[in-house]
Design a protein around this ligand. Structure first.
Ligand code: FDA
Length: 396
């Protein structure tokens, strides 16, 4: 049949390219279609331009989804060590930044080039600038695609179109649309790993402190992260806020511990004894930064210019309580414009955890971010893309 390949993969991103390379190396004829003018745009943008491509400590607990067990099979069969071996095979220089997070020494394009080179060697046909207008199952098995250029046929169709975050990078809800067309349930996507916006009074604080950061322990719904928090013109960002955003729901307050490694009540009493003339703002400024301390004390309405000797026990306990349990109710998040990923996606009950194939539609696969599996910040999302892609490729 004209324009027939064993496999068509829609989406030339992390998961799609990985799956294409492995399936083609395994003997399949593979065509990849993408509506963007360039493959792997999110890879290029990732990790601040250095692509945090995996993590030493990949654990199922670092993933969110309605079925927390679903990711286990794929993650255990194509591991971070497999991807590190691939990176090493291509001579890409990398380093551990912190907490097991592995980044390229040079540029994210090293990872994209690695994937494109694997695809090229295996004979994958990648067609960019191609919009998919219709997808249909063939009566005798396989799938038919109508694109902006022509019609294609395949035995197996892999949907690797990712999530809706950052539409300017080619993101779309196309994968959810295909899932629904074939009767698969989809959990509504929600922006995650995303900065918070604040309401007026706190927005003024964050705007004044824009660019300043401090280490906090932030918690919400029983989850907590000990990471840096960054004040921005619009609200709160930095790894601590991005991580907790995946657990936050509209209307929730965040509890922010501004001195996670100290006991403020004990330290205040000790400082009152040793340096009674020290001002409250100086004491706090030595533990945060002077600017953060002054602006924050003003925002929470605690007199910053009084000496520690002026505080009674109840006032010291009150200040310590506010420092360790600062309650912040975000107005919202910045949404898909800046979110790194989306929670939700294709219901994993509809898919085999071993192969990522639809349980009800033979030859239809969903891999990567389009599936209801979302990782923490730190290389976990790319590892899911590699692992889910490998699981599907093994079965194609
Ligand atoms: P991905 O988004 O990579 O690819 C989807 C592809 O499908 C795109 O090429 C797109 O053009 C195409 N497509 C979409 N709709 C289509 C349609 N209708 N027709 C045809 N093609 C279509 N993760 C991590 O682990 N470490 C990191 O450092 C970062 N950093 C990071 C920074 C930024 C700014 C963002 C936005 C995201 C990250 N991430 C990350 C997350 C990571 O980029 C993401 O989880 C993976 O790219 C998901 O891989 P997929 O292949 O599933 O989708």
């Amino acid at each position: 049949m004209k324009n027939h390949t064993n496999v068509i993969i829609i989406g030339a991103g992390a998961a799609g390219l990985m799956c294409a390379a492995l399936a083609a190396a395994g003997g399949c004829s593979v065509r990849v279609l993408d509506h963007a003018n360039k493959a792997g745009k999110k890879i290029l943008m990732s990790g601040g331009g250095r692509c945090n491509f995996t993590n030493y400590d990949i654990q199922p607990e670092r993933y969110l989804g309605h079925n927390p067990h679903f990711c286990k099979s794929a993650l255990s069969r194509y591991t971070q060590w497999d991807f590190i071996a691939l990176v090493d095979k291509h001579g890409v220089a990398w380093h551990e930044k912190k907490d097991g997070q592995l980044f390229c020494d040079n540029k994210s394009s090293d990872i994209l080039n690695l994937l494109l080179s694997e695809c090229d060697q295996a004979g994958v046909d990648i067609q960019l600038d191609t919009s998919i207008q219709a997808v249909a199952a063939e009566p005798a098995g396989g799938y038919r695609l109508q694109t902006s250029s022509q019609q294609y046929h395949c035995d197996a169709l892999v949907i690797a179109t990712g999530g809706p975050s950052i539409p300017t990078l080619g993101a779309s809800g196309f994968g959810y649309q295909v899932a629904r067309q074939f009767g698969l349930a989809v959990y509504e996507p929600v922006a995650a790993l995303v900065p918070f916006t604040l309401t007026s009074q706190l927005k003024q604080l964050s705007s004044e402190l824009s660019g300043n950061a401090c280490r906090v322990d932030v918690s919400c719904h029983g989850k907590h992260f000990l990471e840096d928090m960054l004040f921005t013109h619009r609200g709160l960002s930095g790894p601590a806020m991005l991580q907790i955003s995946s657990y936050w729901q509209p209307g929730d307050s965040l509890t922010i511990n501004l001195l996670p490694e100290a006991d403020a009540a004990v330290e205040l009493r000790s400082a009152q004894h040793t340096t009674p003339k020290q001002l409250v703002k100086t004491w706090l400024g030595q533990r945060l930064t002077q600017k953060i301390a002054e602006c924050w004390l003003a925002a929470v309405g605690f007199a910053a210019d009084q000496p520690l000797s002026a505080l009674n026990g109840a006032q010291m306990d009150d200040l310590a309580q506010r420092i360790h349990h600062w309650q912040v109710k975000p107005a919202g998040t910045e949404g898909y414009r800046t979110a790194e990923v989306a929670l939700g996606g294709v219901d994993t009950d509809e898919l085999s955890s071993k192969t990522l194939e639809s349980k009800n539609h033979q030859g239809l696969y969903f891999i990567g971010e389009v599936v209801d599996v979302t990782g923490h910040l730190g290389g976990f999302n790319f590892q899911w893309a590699w692992s889910s892609a490998a699981a599907a490729a093994e079965h194609l």
